[in-house]
Structure formats: structure tokens, C-alpha cells
Design a protein. Structure first.
Length: 100
């Protein structure tokens, strides 16, 4: 790898952490809000899908496993069949990447 590729990879890792931190915090806040009856209306399934999709495209095994974890939580927050089909497709893609 050259220095430019290393910098790009570091930048991607930092951005991935930033996305995860922001969405994890928003998901947590929404769950707590729902528990006390004042939902803010965050689409938790959509946020989890965004995390799963971003982590699923990353190269590291740990990121792919994290993607599968996020995708596995979506069924708890939606019954939308189109979204669930997309989640299944992305989850299968991630599992295949782990096996290769």
C-alpha cells in the first residue's frame, strides 16, 4: 500500500466510526424516548440498515460481522416486506464475504 491508500483507509475508518457513533446515539435516544412515551420519530430500522450497509461494504472481517449484527436487529423495528427483503439480501452478501 502506498501512503495515499493508507490515508484513505484511515479516513474511511474515522468516517465509519463517526457514522456509527451518531446513529448509535440516535437509536439509543429514540429507544429511551419510546419507553417513556415521547418518540421523536426516528426510523430505527432505517438507521440500522444504514449502519449495516456502510459496515457491510468495508473490507475488514470485524466490520462485516458488525454489519450482520446491525442487520439482524432490523426485524424488531419494521414489518416492511421490501425492507426486510433488502436486509436479507445484504445479510447474505455479508455472510458470503465472510466465507470467502
Amino acid at each position: 500500500k502506498n501512503d495515499q491508500e493508507d490515508e484513505s483507509s484511515d479516513f474511511e475508518q474515522t468516517e465509519l466510526r463517526n457514522i456509527r457513533n451518531a446513529l448509535d446515539a440516535a437509536i439509543h435516544y429514540e429507544k429511551v424516548s419510546r419507553e417513556v412515551g415521547c418518540s421523536e420519530g426516528l426510523n430505527i430500522a432505517g438507521a440500522l440498515y444504514t449502519l449495516g450497509s456502510n459496515f457491510g461494504r468495508h473490507k475488514s472481517t470485524a466490520s462485516i460481522q458488525e454489519a450482520i449484527n446491525y442487520l439482524g436487529q432490523i426485524k424488531e423495528f419494521t414489518t416492511d416486506s421490501a425492507m426486510l427483503q433488502e436486509v436479507e439480501f445484504l445479510g447474505e452478501y455479508c455472510r458470503e464475504r465472510l466465507e470467502s
